[in-house]
Structure formats: structure tokens, C-alpha cells
Design a protein around this ligand. Structure first.
Ligand SMILES: *Cc1c(COP(=O)(O)O)cnc(C)c1O
Length: 475
């Protein structure tokens, strides 16, 4: 399988070439040259594989179609090592439970940091370690986080040979639970850096270091952000696993409702659907930051300024632009890289928006690709959390609540609607208490973590300071 850029660069690359890279050199995102087609016989076989051999083996089947530069036995071992009951708390890995009237919840949040990012990041950690060892190279991952991504990256990379993580976060802005989760890690290869500033300051520091190409090359600086194709690919697996749990036969269809920010999660659903998974609708649920809902309703994609990006009670969806959205637009426009480049390079930079409302392909979003959308406010979120708690005795986190709200608007008779549960309520306890008056349950392994010793460096918002730290650490 070769990978190409959404902005037209077609020089073929293999999976391991792009694994450690971020953007393509032309600024685009990588996608496979084509989506392998899953015929009826294969889908039937995968149903048995999932039920009889489990999630890890299903992951191996799907990944094999996209990865041809890791020997099969090694890839199988990497999947088996990643998707275990020990890491994900249950042998089913992504168990499904019924909520109401054909609406199901697929739990993607039983991993080490209790959010769905573990599903992909845990695999990425094992892939990085494997590939770096094979090349005899090292990598310094530099990132900025306001919560979920940073902790998922640290728990995936901790103790891995050849990898160090330098993670900046705004001093005092994360919840006590999130701080405790990250700062209690004592692994030698994990560096927590509390920056005197806000999230944007952290991101600016990371950008400044990455833009220093000399430094970047010399110290092998990399990222693990959500545009990494390997993360997206890992997520394709749970769409199949959800389907096999919600249906008895492969003639049935399901829909998925996905709490969306950077469009990474639901983009994996798009890939699964194009491979041939029988999906009716892909329901994109946003919070008050409704860039995506606006596009699917009007055809206008309008990036928000930082000042117009709301701080909400589903904070992991607080985005000003959806970084993976370019992948879908590439498919929508018949994989015309020049056109995508004109939209994302020129129009967005010039006008901060582009308009496809008059383009014949815009109707394909719904008709051909199954996308519909909806949005949710703080009041909707609280009402949904309260309602599912009182009527079903189930606590759901604020992001999942946004998707449940929109799923209820989109559910069709006879088509199971699978809502992807992207975090456990304990991560966002304040909002849960506001909605229900009750504290969420805390998994036993997280009891008392706020009292653990912390390992964190304080730093001013200064790129030179972090460069200094990296240089000193890597001698
Ligand atoms: C990251 C995240 C999301 C958004 O996922 P995208 O892939 O960015 O669309 C939703 N919910 C939670 C809990 C998250 O951590």
C-alpha cells in the first residue's frame, strides 16, 4: 500500500515512512492510495474472527490491508500486545451496552487514561518502539496539551525504548484529576512541563521549536498529533467491532454518532464505510464550537479565530478548525489534490473560509457519504446527562452526552445507532455533579491519585527554555 498527500504530492510512501512523520512535505495529510474493499466473504470471516479470536486479531486483519512493510508475525504480535484486557480493563476491549430505543453506547474509554485516544495511542506507542528499534533511531516527542491528548501520549510512550515525551501544559488549567494522571508518572522518558501561560502559549512554543529546522533535525523532534495516519487507522477497527456487536448478520446496517472535534474519530468511520462496512449514517455531533455542523448544514467551512473559540464543558471538542477534515474533502472532491490545495492553502489562508454550497459534490456529503450533523449546548449537555442518569441509571461524560443528544435526533427505526463513548464521566466530575448532583464512580486504580508525588517542571512561556531542556536531556 502506498500513501499519498491530500495536496497532490503522489511520490509513493509506505506505512513506516509516514508513521514517524507529521504532515506531508507539501503541507497535506497522508491517505492510502485506495481503500481496500471488504467483500461479503471477508466481512463474514471478520465477524467470526472478532467473536472467536477477539479484538486484537480483528485489528491485525484490518491493519494488514494497509501495512505491507512490517512482517505479518510482528504486526500480529504488536496488536496482541496492545489490545489486552489488562490495558483496556475488559476482554471485549470496546463493549457495547444498550441505552434506549435502538441507541447503543460503544465504550472506547476503558484504556489507561479513560478517554478514546488510548485506542489509537497505545498502538502508536508500540509501533514507534518497534520501528525506532529497527532503524536504530531515537525520537523526542514534543507536544502541547490541555488534557486528554497529552495524557494518552504519555501513557502510551512511558517506558518505551527510543522515545522521550516533552509535554507542555498551561499551569493550573487542567483538572486536578488530569494533572494527577500526568504528573504522577515517574518514568525517566516522560517530561511534564507546566508553562506559565495559556494553552495557546504552549502551542506557540511547540511551533517555534518545530520551525527551527536545524534543531528539529538535530534532536529528532516529532509529534503524535491527531493527523497521524496510524492513529486514524487504529480507530477504523472499533467501527467494525461495534458493528459486529450490534448486529446478527452482515445484511443489517448501523449508524454511528460521534462526538467530534478535530474530525479524527469520525474520519475513521468514513474510512470504514468506504471499505464496505454497512453504515447508514455517520452522525457528526459538535458542541458550541460548531465548525463542522455549520459545514454539513450549509457547505461553508469557516475556521474560527481563537477569540471565537468557546471554552465549553466538553473541552476536548473545543476546536477552531478540524485538522482531519481535509481528508474527507479530498475524497469528496474526487481526490483532486490541486483543488484541495487551493481550498486549504489559498482560500483558507486568504479568507478564513471556503464555500462548497454550489459545488455539485456538496450533496454527496449526505447522499453518498452518509454524513449528517447536529450540535449541543451546555444546557443540552446537562439535560442529557441528567436524563440518562435518572431514567437509565447510566452516567455518561459530557462529550458522549453531546453525541447522545444528536443521536436522538437522527435515529431511524430498524437501524441501530451506535454512540461512541469517548471518555468516562470521572474525567469531568464537575459537570457531572452540576447535572446530576452525584459524584461519578472512580475506577479503583485511580483512587487517591491526587495525593501521589508529582514530577513536573515549571517553565516560562519561552521556546528557548524548552530547547535548552531538550538539549541537556539528549546529551
Ligand atoms: C479528542 C476527543 C474528542 C474529539 O475527537 P476528534 O477525533 O478530535 O474528533 C471527543 N471526545 C473526547 C473525550 C476526546 O478526548
Amino acid at each position: 500500500m502506498n500513501y499519498i498527500s491530500t495536496r497532490g504530492d503522489r511520490s509513493p510512501k509506505h506505512f513506516c515512512d509516514i508513521l514517524l512523520e507529521g504532515l506531508a512535505p507539501d503541507g497535506g495529510l497522508y491517505l492510502p492510495e485506495f481503500y481496500p474493499q471488504v467483500d461479503a466473504a471477508t466481512l463474514a470471516r471478520w465477524r467470526d474472527v472478532y467473536h472467536q479470536q477477539g479484538y486484537a486479531e480483528l485489528a491485525f486483519e484490518i491493519l494488514s490491508l494497509y501495512i505491507d512493510d512490517i512482517p505479518a508475525a510482528d504486526l500480529r504480535a504488536l496488536c496482541a500486545k496492545t489490545y489486552t484486557a489488562e490495558v483496556f480493563g475488559t476482554g471485549e476491549i470496546v463493549p457495547l451496552r444498550h441505552l434506549e430505543n435502538g441507541i447503543w453506547l460503544e465504550a472506547l474509554s476503558n484504556g489507561p487514561t479513560l478517554a478514546f485516544k488510548d485506542m489509537a495511542m497505545q498502538l502508536l506507542g508500540n509501533l514507534f518502539e518497534y520501528e525506532l528499534a529497527r532503524r536504530g533511531e531515537e525520537l523526542n516527542i514534543l507536544g502541547a496539551t490541555s488534557g486528554d491528548t497529552g495524557s494518552a501520549a504519555e501513557y502510551a510512550m512511558r517506558g518505551k525504548r527510543g522515545v522521550r515525551v516533552f509535554m507542555t501544559s498551561p499551569q493550573g488549567r487542567m483538572s486536578p484529576f488530569q494533572q494527577a494522571q500526568m504528573f504522577s508518572l515517574m518514568d525517566d522518558n516522560i517530561f511534564n512541563i507546566a508553562v506559565d501561560g495559556v494553552f495557546d502559549d504552549c502551542q506557540d512554543m511547540v511551533k517555534a521549536v518545530s520551525n527551527d529546522l536545524d534543531f528539529k533535525r538535530r534532536y529528532k523532534i516529532g509529534t503524535v498529533n491527531s493527523i497521524n495516519w496510524a492513529r486514524l487507522l487504529a480507530q477504523v477497527v472499533y467501527y467494525f467491532a461495534g458493528y459486529f456487536q450490534a448486529t446478527e448478520t452482515n445484511t443489517e446496517k448501523v449508524s454511528f454518532a460521534v462526538p467530534s472535534g478535530n474530525f479524527g474519530n469520525v474520519c475513521a468511520g468514513h474510512v470504514a464505510r468506504l471499505m464496505g462496512l454497512p453504515v447508514a449514517k455517520l452522525v457528526v455531533a459538535t458542541n458550541e464550537n460548531d465548525v463542522l455542523d455549520e459545514f454539513f448544514k450549509t457547505g461553508v467551512y469557516r475556521v474560527r479565530a481563537s477569540a471565537d473559540t468557546h471554552e465549553t464543558s466538553s473541552p476536548s471538542m473545543d476546536i477552531s478548525k478540524a485538522s482531519n477534515f481535509e481528508r474527507f474533502i479530498f475524497d469528496l472532491l474526487g481526490r483532486d489534490g490541486a483543488r484541495v490545495k487551493a481550498l486549504f492553502d489559498d482560500a483558507l489562508a486568504r479568507d478564513g473560509q471556503f464555500d462548497l454550497s454550489q459545488h455539485p459534490a456538496f450533496n454527496d456529503c449526505r447522499m453518498r457519504y452518509g454524513f449528517v450533523s447536529g450540535t449541543s449546548t451546555h444546557a443540552n449537555r446537562l439535560a442529557t446527562i441528567k436524563d440518562t442518569f435518572e431514567r437509565h441509571a447510566m452516567m455518561i461524560d459530557p462529550h458522549t452526552a453531546d453525541a447522545v443528544k444528536v443521536a436522538r435526533e437522527q435515529v431511524q427505526a430498524g437501524v441501530p445507532m451506535i454512540v461512541l463513548e469517548t471518555a468516562l464521566p470521572i474525567k469531568f466530575a464537575d459537570t457531572i455533579v452540576e447535572a446530576t448532583g452525584h459524584e461519578p464512580d472512580r475506577p479503583a486504580k485511580f483512587l487517591g491519585i491526587e495525593a501521589l508525588p508529582k514530577r513536573v517542571l515549571a517553565m516560562s512561556a519561552d521556546a528557548a527554555a524548552i530547547k535548552d531542556l531538550i538539549a541537556k536531556t539528549c546529551v
